[in-house]
Write a new protein. Structure first.
Length: 403
């Protein structure tokens, strides 16, 4: 706004100087040559243009009145005809149509009055000019008003779009933080559970069975190394920006998937939990995200069994169906720890654990269009994960959820 004000001041000064230079020339017959009073009236007509944006209607009325006084004094009207038209344009650009037409009528009236004071003027020409010139200024002013409103709407839409983009960016960050939190929960909870069990066993048999204690320590070492590798992989993902090369990835193991369940189950067996792995159907490659989801859900389920039912026997079933991957983890409940407090009815916390792992299971399954069913099975517990592996499977899962 400050820049526009400076432009208006320069425009007012320029109009005043140009009008005075034109008035300094010899006027047509019947008109008085500019004198000191004429120069003062010329400044009075043109200088108010400097504040036309702050009071457009007032400036237009004042300029027309000063112009009429200038004509009444016998000076040539053409000298100061530009400032009233500019004031009228400003009114049309900033005020409603009714106000602009009223100011146009005032400007035209002064124009006709100037024509009447000249003996040699053609009234037809003067009348045409008094109508056409003000209407043209009104038309230009209305176009400028429409353009200004359009730009204002565009600016609001741009700001709204920027706000929405920022909101989406914050949501994406929150989702990524939740994903990383789930990954950390799965990695740390599972590996620390195995390490805790093995460390306790090593301490218990350290003096009586050194070989068993050494095996437990070896398991702790392998489990720690695997946990570090997975956490390094996550840090690598966080550090690498879009389009950056992924140098050094070859030094890490592949991303956990359903095909690596055997290795994890061997580690759980070494921790003392009896686990059986059953594969049903013809194994086939699945999407990396689907494989990682299945791996993490089985990992979380076995971690809960290891912590809360260490004497149980668990069975992991992986069924390769035509359009789905179904993974089921069941245990017989032997050695189950204390039951949850009475009255605990939150579905996310029914059964073993604090509920964070169960919530993570459901969130993972939802992310890949699948479902997780968690609940007691006889004396034991069951976790059943179903993930679509094809477009048809996704459609069927969507139809089932709608039903």
């Amino acid at each position: 706004m400050r820049n526009k004000g400076l432009v208006d001041v320069l425009l007012a000064v320029g109009f005043t100087a140009a009008s005075m230079l034109l008035g300094h020339e010899r006027p047509p017959p019947d008109w008085v040559r500019l004198d000191l009073f004429g120069y003062a009236l010329t400044a009075l007509v043109n200088l108010p243009v400097a504040v036309r944006r702050w009071a457009p209607v007032g400036v237009c009325v004042f300029v027309c009145a000063a112009w009429a006084l200038y004509v009444a004094a016998g000076y040539w009207p053409v000298v100061n005809s530009m400032a009233p038209l500019l004031a009228l344009y400003t009114v049309a650009a900033m005020r409603p149509v009714r106000t602009a037409l009223a100011c146009a009528g005032l400007t035209g009236a002064v124009w006709v009055y100037a024509g009447l004071t000249a003996a040699q003027s053609s009234m037809a020409t003067v009348a045409a000019q008094a109508v056409v010139f003000p209407l043209v200024m009104c038309r230009f002013g209305r176009s400028a008003r429409v353009s200004a409103k359009r730009e204002e709407r565009l600016a609001r839409l741009t700001e709204r779009l920027r706000t929405e983009q920022q909101d989406r960016a914050r949501e994406a960050v929150a989702e990524e933080q939740a994903r990383i939190a789930r990954e950390l929960h799965d990695v740390v909870a599972h590996h620390m559970s195995v390490i805790s069990v093995q460390a306790g066993m090593a301490a218990y048999v350290f003096g009586t069975a050194p070989q068993t204690a050494r095996g437990a320590l070896d398991t702790i070492s392998d489990t720690t190394r695997e946990a570090l590798q997975e956490m390094r992989r996550m840090l690598k993902v966080l550090r690498a920006g879009p389009g950056e090369p992924e140098d050094g990835w070859a030094s890490y193991d592949p991303m956990p998937s359903v095909t690596r369940l055997g290795d994890m189950i061997e580690r759980v067996r070494a921790a003392g939990l009896a686990v059986e792995l059953r594969i049903e159907g013809e194994p086939r490659p699945v999407a990396p995200g689907v494989g990682l989801c299945a791996f993490r859900v089985v990992q979380e389920a076995l971690t809960n069994v290891l912590k809360h039912a260490p004497l149980a026997r668990a069975v992991v079933r992986v069924a390769y169906e035509p359009h789905h991957l179904a993974v089921t983890v069941t245990d017989d409940g032997a050695g189950t720890g204390p039951a949850p407090p009475p009255g605990r009815s939150d579905p996310a916390t029914i059964g073993r654990g604090t509920g964070h792992g169960l919530i993570g299971m459901r969130e993972r399954a939802r992310l890949y269009g699948g479902t997780v069913d968690i609940g007691p099975l006889g004396e034991g517990f069951e976790v059943r994960l179903v993930l679509p592996t094809s477009a048809r499977g996704t459609e069927r899962r969507g139809d089932a959820s709608d039903a």
